[in-house]
Design a protein around this ligand. Sequence first.
Ligand code: SIN
Ligand code: CO
Length: 399
Amino acid sequence: MLTSLGSISIEEFLAEYWQKKPLLIKNLFPEFECPLDHNDLAGLSLEDEVESRIVFENLDGKPWQLMHGPFEADFLETLPEENWTLLVQGLDHWIPEIADLLDRFRFLPNWRVDDIMASFAPVGGSVGPHYDQYDVFLIQAEGRRKWQIGPVCTAQTERLEGTPLRIIKDMQVTDEWVLEPGDALYLPPAVAHYGVALEHCITLSVGFRSPTQAELISSFTDYCCEQASVNRHLTDATIRPLPNPGLIQEDVINDFKGFLRELIDNEPMMKTWFGEYVTSPKHEGIVEAVDDEERISEDELQELFLVPEVQFRWNEGSRFSFIPQDHQIILAVDGHSYCLHSDARTWVELLCSSNQIDKSRLGELTSNDELIRLLARLFNQGSLRISTDDELDDWGDDA
Ligand code: SIN
Ligand code: CO
């Protein structure tokens, strides 16, 4: 985990910059080696399951045009020398070494992580001046890119016409930097930004999402409606004579507010829903239950503890979080929740603290039935996987 961001501490970053203002962090990753190159990115953009796009600054005379992948290798060969960008989304779901980069950002909550996107651009390549509703660390992985930033934007910010992209018209520039490999730029949501490749370059965007009020409320109420206890009717046994049958009395509205308050004050339910909601996988196909023949039993799992080369890792793209609740602890993983006794807190914290589980620290607990049962369930639901050191070393050769 990063313990500082350049010359400032994590405490100072969170207090002064996070969600507040941009920060350029020179040399955040000294001697940064990008785990993949433009050929790997091009290869990924051919795959059906991988979300990829190409942005052209100008295509057939039209500004800022967009093409969605998957692409054909022959088509990629025909791309011009300049002024386009290939974007590959969700790299951390596919490449363990990219997922490991997230471990540097564990000073932020796991549930806020969206994904890591990569962009590859030849000279002049850019996605145009725009803003996002995300917090993002733009890590310069290869080559140099010039970044200009501008003011905080709103729905009223004027956009360029004739493009499917949300390009800001006449972005006012408030700061400008050239980022070199290992440098990073943190941007809070809505800050205008425009990055142009000065030469062949790769940028990694470590994105942090946050749900909107509407998303939260709609998911919470859906969840509530699935609970058997939420099926009482409004009653009006205390009704008094009405001046007009059309009148809906204040009492009725107050009763309804009471219903809502009961739901909001039901802390175990609220916390269980929140944990499940915010740890749900980004999209289908990221976390898949293992096939029947590969399911692991508790005994098999316990035996695996004893094999030194066997490591336990989160599935790439999995989300692990926990919420304390009275004498219990709710562990939420990929949209599933497990209500555990608070004695489990030590190992729940260990499971949530890094995508690579420190087995040596879990080791003392191999005789803990609750832990073994949980690990087997996490494995079978597709959230934990077993890896060996060799597998990670081999990745580069297979790509
Ligand atoms: C890029 O890497 O070119 C675009 C990233 C962003 O602006 O969010
Ligand atoms: Co952006």
